[in-house]
Ligand binder design. Structure first.
Ligand SMILES: Cc1cc2nc3c(=O)[nH]c(=O)nc-3n(C[C@H](O)[C@H](O)[C@H](O)COP(=O)(O)OP(=O)(O)OC[C@H]3O[C@@H](n4cnc5c(N)ncnc54)[C@H](O)[C@@H]3O)c2cc1C
Length: 511
């Protein structure tokens, strides 16, 4: 019987294990933390529940790629998805869904209202956005469809690509400069890059619409079909009760099919013989033989510590050393006895306090923490799932991007930075500190422990910089597969869902 080991019980590891177990393969998942989920987990205290990682996830609807994966592994009916959206607020304008539905392009109209001199550019740029959204919709579908349907989808993609091909080599700065003059509207499209710690001049221009789809801003917009008959554009979802429920359902799918999940069990070494992987050695000294090993987590940790540079080809070592990583997260979880409804109209709002996105990226790269002054996210968990807080109260997550390490260390700065971030957040929701029944801070040091990234916590894996390639699923060793957000899957829950499925299918051909 084929035997597999999965390193890491995050989203990538558990989805892989679910497919393996369902296929009758004997699978052991080893997770160093005493809890499963990696960053895809919810935490609880005194009746409050908060997510600590992914909050809003795309493609989880029934006929969408992530939803198809959940159905295949048998847990689509075990989790309730809530259609949702998010908004963005800048110092002197905001783009938030109107109370009364304003049609599929209300966001475009809103931008024209704020930037009347840019109306022509907005109209033209939106044509590119529409094409990219359709292209991405088809591309995602190819990952979960068979060869014949995928071939049709790829023909559609080729037709769409012709419309935008002339922009393919441009970076985001160059592309936006064609359509807009005002830095304030450019920041609307590039603000997310500050989170990814990528300069607009380093990021692929045609990637901009990918991070700014209409449906993310208003779930009431009907999901259009590509070419009128193709797949529908994907929706965005909160998981009822918190993202931890999704992980629990996937873990159940693993164990119900005979897989074993071992928590508090770190893997110390990946064992190889010749060109083949043959198993793993655990921190507790035990060895486990396996025909295939699927490893998730930090690329340098996986390859340099669990295998060793001397056992890897030189060009592969150079590629891993060259992987630019995103930075970390400073997060405050609050349980409050006030009603934030008058101040925020949907669960997630990005408060961006700068238009200088390049400046924000340089600051983070230099290890400078902005203390919440450049912006933060407020995520009110209990807006989509009131059961995540005691009756009449709310569970609020406030977070910023933060350097993985700062001078003096995070432990030293924790209390002061918590206070400073809450002072900024109170400019949006007054009285947060006074009404906090529970306050819990997670610093980058905490995220390092949760994810087993002792040297550098990266919140989303590799920085998507043009010309830089993420490590492939297939590694230099036969039977060893690299999965998760630092692999070619990239960041995001949906990416782990569809890519882990893809890796399972690739591996199965080798068994
Ligand atoms: C604050 C935050 C907000 C986010 N928001 C969103 C969002 O809204 N939507 C979205 O789609 N995505 C979001 N993401 C990104 C998304 O959560 C990740 O891309 C995805 O969850 C990564 O899954 P993973 O399995 O690759 O990694 P992880 O969750 O890091 O899991 C890896 C696991 O492997 C374990 N491990 C590593 N090495 C070893 C070892 N040697 N032995 C044993 N175990 C090991 C770790 O302990 C960990 O549990 C967010 C992330 C963060 C941090």
């Amino acid at each position: 019987m084929t035997k597999a080991v999965v390193i890491g019980a995050g989203m990538a590891g558990l989805i892989t294990a679910a497919y393996l177990a369902k296929d009758g393969i004997e699978v052991d998942v080893f997770e160093q933390s005493d809890q499963i989920g990696g960053v895809t987990r919810s935490m609880k205290k005194d009746g409050f529940t908060w997510d600590i990682g992914p909050m809003i996830v795309e493609t989880l609807g029934p006929d969408e790629p992530g939803g198809i994966v959940l159905k295949e592994i048998g847990c689509a009916d075990k989790v309730e998805m809530i259609s949702g959206d998010r908004g963005v607020v800048f110092p002197d304008y905001s783009v938030q869904k109107p109370d009364e539905y304003g049609g599929p392009y209300w966001r475009k109209d809103r931008l024209k209202e704020v930037f009347p001199d840019e109306a022509e550019g907005i109209e033209e740029f939106y044509k590119i956005c529409d094409t990219i959204t359709d292209l991405v919709t088809l591309d995602r579908m190819t990952k979960v469809r068979g060869p014949i349907r995928s071939a049709f989808l790829k023909i559609g993609m080729a037709l769409l690509y012709l419309k935008i091909k002339k922009y393919e080599t441009m970076n985001a700065k160059e592309l936006l400069d064609i359509f807009f003059k005002d830095e304030k509207i450019k920041a609307f499209f590039t603000a997310i890059l500050a989170d990814l710690v990528v300069l607009p001049s380093e990021f692929i221009g045609l990637g901009i619409p990918f991070f700014n789809p209409e449906l993310a801003y208003d779930f009431r917009i009907p999901a259009k079909r590509v070419f009128g008959i193709g797949p529908r554009r994907v929706g965005f979802y909160y998981v009822a009760g918190g993202i931890g429920k999704l992980i629990d359902a996937i873990a159940e799918a693993v164990t119900e099919n005979g897989g074993n999940i071992h928590t508090a069990t770190a893997v110390k070494k990946i064992l190889t013989e010749g060109e083949n992987v043959v198993g793993v050695e655990l921190e507790n000294g035990k060895t486990v033989q396996a025909d295939a090993v699927f490893v998730s987590g930090d690329a340098r940790e996986c390859f340099f510590k669990l295998i060793g540079k001397d056992r890897l080809p030189t060009d592969f070592v150079a590629q891993i050393e060259d992987v630019p990583l995103m930075e970390s997260i400073f997060m405050v979880q609050l349980g409050v006895d006030i009603d934030p409804t008058p101040y925020q109209n949907c669960p997630i709002i990005y408060y961006v306090n700068t238009y200088d996105i390049e400046g924000a990226v340089y600051l983070t790269r230099d290890g400078e923490y902005h203390e919440g002054k450049e912006g933060f996210v407020i995520y009110i968990n209990s807006f989509h799932s009131p059961e995540m807080a005691p009756k009449g109260m709310h569970s609020i997550t406030i977070y910023t991007i933060a350097p993985s390490d700062i001078e003096g260390g995070w432990n030293e700065a924790k209390e002061e930075m918590t206070e400073k971030l809450l002072i900024e957040a109170e400019k949006i929701i007054p009285g947060l500190r006074k009404h906090a029944k529970v306050t819990i801070t997670l610093t980058p040091d905490d995220f390092k422990k949760i994810t087993h990234m002792p040297d550098h916590h990266s919140f989303g894996g590799m920085c998507p910089i043009m010309g830089k390639e993420a490590p492939k699923f297939k590694t230099p060793y036969r039977g060893l597969w690299f999965i998760g957000s630092q692999s070619e899957a990239g960041a995001g829950v949906w990416a782990q869902l569809v890519c882990s499925r893809q890796v399972f299918r690739m591996a199965k051909k080798e068994f």
